[in-house]
Design a protein around this ligand. Structure first.
Ligand code: AMP
Ligand code: ZN
Length: 457
């Protein structure tokens, strides 16, 4: 069955067919590790995880790469202002290297809590300075660069189709007053290499053929994706904000160096919004996964919530919606665990599921199918086998879930046992009195054929 994916390069759904026989290359722009990830960022990684799982569902082996931006991303997405890492380091009172380590660990921990599969390759910008210098040197050799007093810049006017991904008009390249442009020749030109300020020591700086400094933000993704996936691979992902600048510039660099537009498919996750607009790291107004955990919300309830919205539409965040997702997930877990094992996967439901998943990841529809299946005329064991299969894509970890074990206080245990003894002796009045005492303590006893079960009220 064809997989249709929405490609932002062509702005249409296209049937996916892999470029290599053995693996599908998937490159996802990773976090800038000057702060924690917020749940908006995590929505984008959840979309990418679903994409990977959907490809694996269809039998592909995915070579998944996520990079860690630990240098070069300036405060404005353009080329002005401070490096976010140096700024974050001052704010935290730790070195740029220390915060990079700390926030990378926190990020990986968030992914794990959300059941986002570990990529085959993690790559850090600071571990690939040589590759980035070589890439810039090749772009320079091909005649696409110029030098200013603060760096080596990419001349976007040299490419007829610069900015095609974002449908940037040629006029936009020429736009910008002299003052705004500074020494840049065109508004859309961007830094490939920035020089360290003449009388300042940056924490992160390296020697290069052009002088001491650090790479621009965009070059790391071109250099590392070329290294790990070749300069022409299957799918490149990121959040919607990357279309206009970061991804347009990655493409420009690859065109200039390798003559490719980097990836066959360009796919983007759309934003998580909060009341005040886009959730963003730089405004400081953001919710972390830990914020949800502090409120006793299961991280997987956030995963479930993200499954309910299509990746190509923005999602409005609310705690009400999150709590409903948590309730739905809990119901699904309990239903799943009450079903017996030993069934077989329903061919009909598997086929329907594949249709939805392969239609540009219509995960919300696939999730609705699960609730339909619950009411369908299938045996419970078959439902369990089918849902176990679907969960390879949903990633909710239904089979691994364990009901929380209730710690029963000794007093409650003893009252419950006395009640059972009273029942055995057919002393119903005493059994009722003990039930009342248990109620008063907040517990309920359920009598079962093979004994009793104590539950919190
Ligand atoms: P950053 O760490 O800022 O480089 O962003 C990491 C990823 O999160 C990128 O792919 C961004 O495009 C994406 N992103 C940023 N803000 C949001 C948001 N509010 N909702 C969804 N994705 C976002
Ligand atoms: Zn990138």
């Amino acid at each position: 069955m064809d997989i249709l994916l929405y490609d932002n390069w062509e702005r249409r759904l296209r049937p996916f067919s892999p470029l290599n026989k053995d693996w599908v290359g998937l490159y996802c722009c990773g976090p800038t590790v000057y702060d924690y990830a917020h749940i908006g960022n995590l929505r984008t990684y959840l979309f990418e995880d679903l994409l990977r799982r959907a490809l694996e569902w269809n039998g592909y082996t995915v070579r998944h790469v996520i990079n860690i931006t630990d240098v070069g991303h300036l405060v404005s997405d353009g080329d002005d202002g401070e490096d976010k890492m140096e700024k974050g380091s001052r704010k935290a009172g730790e070195s740029a290297w220390q915060i990079a380590d700390r926030f990378t660990t926190a990020f990986k921990d968030d992914l794990q809590k959300l059941h986002i599969l570990e990529p085959a390759i993690w790559c850090k910008a600071t571990d690939h300075i040589v590759e980035q210098i070589d890439f810039i040197a090749a772009i320079e050799k091909n005649g696409y660069t110029y030098r200013t007093s603060d760096g080596i810049y990419f001349d976007t006017s040299k490419q007829d189709d610069y900015g095609f991904l974002a449908r940037i008009k040629r006029d936009a390249i020429k736009a910008g007053s002299r003052v705004e442009l500074g020494e840049k020749l065109h508004a859309t030109d961007f830094a490939l290499w920035k020089f360290s300020p003449p009388d300042e020591h940056r924490q992160m700086e390296w020697d290069s053929p052009w002088g001491r400094g650090f790479p621009g933000w965009h070059i790391e993704c071109s250099a590392m994706s070329a290294k790990y996936l070749t300069p022409w691979f299957d799918i490149h992902c990121g959040g919607e904000d990357h279309i206009a600048i970061h991804h347009s510039n990655e493409i420009a660099q690859n065109q200039a160096c390798h003559g490719t537009r980097l990836a066959n498919f360009w796919m983007h996750g759309y934003f998580l919004q909060i009341d005040s607009g886009k959730m963003s790291k730089s405004t400081g107004e953001f919710l972390r996964l830990q914020t949800l955990l502090d409120q006793n919300i299961d991280p997987l309830a956030y995963r479930y919530l993200c499954l309910t919205a299509h990746y190509r539409s923005q999602m409005q965040f609310s705690f009400e919606a999150l709590l409903s997702a948590q309730t739905a997930l809990q119901r699904l877990r309990e239903t799943y665990h009450a079903w017996p094992t030993g069934g077989s996967v329903s061919v009909e439901y598997r086929e329907k599921f594949t249709c939805f998943i392969n239609e540009d990841l219509n995960v919300p529809r696939a999730l609705a199918l699960v609730w339909e299946m619950l009411k369908a005329d299938l045996s419970d064991a078959d439902k369990k086998a089918t849902l176990t299969e679907f969960d390879k894509v949903f990633g909710l970890g239904l089979a691994q879930w364990q009901p929380a074990v209730l710690a029963i206080p000794a007093e409650v245990q003893s009252l419950a046992e006395q009640r059972q003894a009273a029942r055995k002796a057919r002393n119903w009045a005493e059994a009722d009195r003990l039930r009342g005492e248990l109620h008063a303590l907040g517990y309920e006893v359920e009598d079962k054929a093979d004994g009793m079960q104590i539950k919190a009220l």
